[in-house]
Design a protein around this ligand. Structure first.
Ligand code: 0PR
Length: 355
């Protein structure tokens, strides 16, 4: 490769340890390429991709144990979270609504609150980085439109007590949204209570473009009731279809076809295999870091957080490792599908070298 070519080549995943993006499944890559010029935002003109989207939503329903799912393939978790808040706001009585979420909720809820002009009330997390249910209950009131729980937090990979948060929501007649943007493709293979069968969840974010191994952009927005999508629908008079519930107008057919192909190839056996390998890698990294004397947050899902001195963090970045830190400055390593044992051994060898 010439230097000019190298400048235009996407970077590979050899040293990417903190990103929630990953190498797409080959079938998903191929499907995305074929559908690059299609627009699921205009279903009457692009019926093939529209049918793929319907099937993809159906398969997402299988992943989250929802028989008759309503939803669509969004641009990402940010859009899906925003749409969940928007639907809840539109369905709520009164105009002074608020959203109750744990402090660990992704920053997309800040964007949603800002765009939708609703108040975001953040409940503290407990010693193990999970939503504190009593604190959430204290914040919830008659103006609460939606209570949010996270199933697989961005920073620590924790699962909030979803059934207890459902009770908090029910007590104030609010809806319950679960953000499983990252966790949704690993949780089916664990014992956690997180999905539509485990609790009266109203809406969920689950992103094929993260652990789902679909190409970007492919987020997932799912709802139990059709009324949720109705609450988002806007009239589209000059299109052949009458209404549009999505936030985007023209949308990525590549994202839809890629998500469909990834789900078809990997659900459930491929995702299970990925989960088992990633979890084993996370457990291995956590044990190796502990053995070296670092303070490690036990990985409940395939995400390891550990205290690492600033100097070592910077030295590792200088060696090309793509790593990031939590708000409280811990190193976080997300064991995505592309993260192999060999990568982690190379990373540990570099930690030993810079320590
Ligand atoms: N919900 C959760 C739980 C998330 O972790 C994220 C993204 C979102 C929602 C928003 O999803 P979109 O980014 O698809 O809109 N979490 C990652 C993060 O903030 C996003 C990311 C992905 C960051 C790849 C860097 C990166 O290289 O860490």
């Amino acid at each position: 490769m010439t230097r000019a070519e190298a400048r235009r080549a996407p970077q590979d995943f050899d040293r990417v340890l903190s990103s929630m993006c990953t190498d797409p499944h080959p079938a998903a890559r191929e499907a995305a390429q074929r559908f690059l010029a299609t627009n699921p935002g205009d279903p009457e003109t692009y019926p093939t991709v529209t049918e793929l989207e319907r099937e993809a939503v159906g398969m997402l329903g299988d992943v989250v144990e929802l028989d008759d799912p309503h939803g669509y393939v969004a641009a990402g978790g940010t859009e899906a979270n925003l749409q969940a808040v928007r639907a809840a706001r539109n369905l709520a009585d009164g105009d002074d609504v608020n959203v109750v979420a744990p402090e660990s909720a992704h920053f997309s809820f800040q964007k949603a609150a800002d765009v939708l002009d609703v108040e975001l009330r953040l409940a503290p997390t407990d010693d193990d980085h999970r939503a504190d249910v009593d604190a959430a209950a204290d914040l919830a009131d008659d103006d609460t439109a939606v209570v949010v729980g996270v199933a697989g937090t961005t920073e620590y990979g924790r699962v909030d007590p979803i059934p207890a948060l459902a009770d908090v929501a029910a007590d104030v007649d609010a809806s319950l949204h679960v953000d499983a943007a990252w966790g949704g493709f690993v949780l089916p293979f664990t014992d956690h209570d997180w999905n539509f069968a485990d609790a009266p969840v109203d809406t969920m974010t689950i992103d094929p473009h993260k652990v789902g191994q679909a190409p970007v952009p492919a987020g997932g927005f799912l709802a139990r009731d059709p009324e949720t999508l109705d609450a988002l629908a806007i009239a589209t008079p000059y299109l052949e279809s009458d209404t549009q519930p999505t936030l985007g107008g023209t949308r990525s057919g590549a994202g839809v076809a890629g998500a469909h192909a990834a789900l078809e190839a990997l659900w459930p056996a491929g995702y299970r295999e990925t989960y088992e390998r990633s979890q084993a890698n996370a457990d291995y990294l956590a044990a190796e870091l502990s053995a070296r004397g670092y303070d490690v947050v036990e990985p409940e899902l395939p995400l390891v957080a550990a205290d690492l001195p600033d100097g070592e963090f910077r030295a590792l970045r200088d060696r090309g490792w793509r790593i990031s830190r939590t708000a409280s400055n811990a190193l976080r390593v997300v064991c995505m599908p592309h993260v192999t044992r060999e990568m982690l051994d190379a990373f540990l060898a570099d930690i030993d070298a810079v320590a």
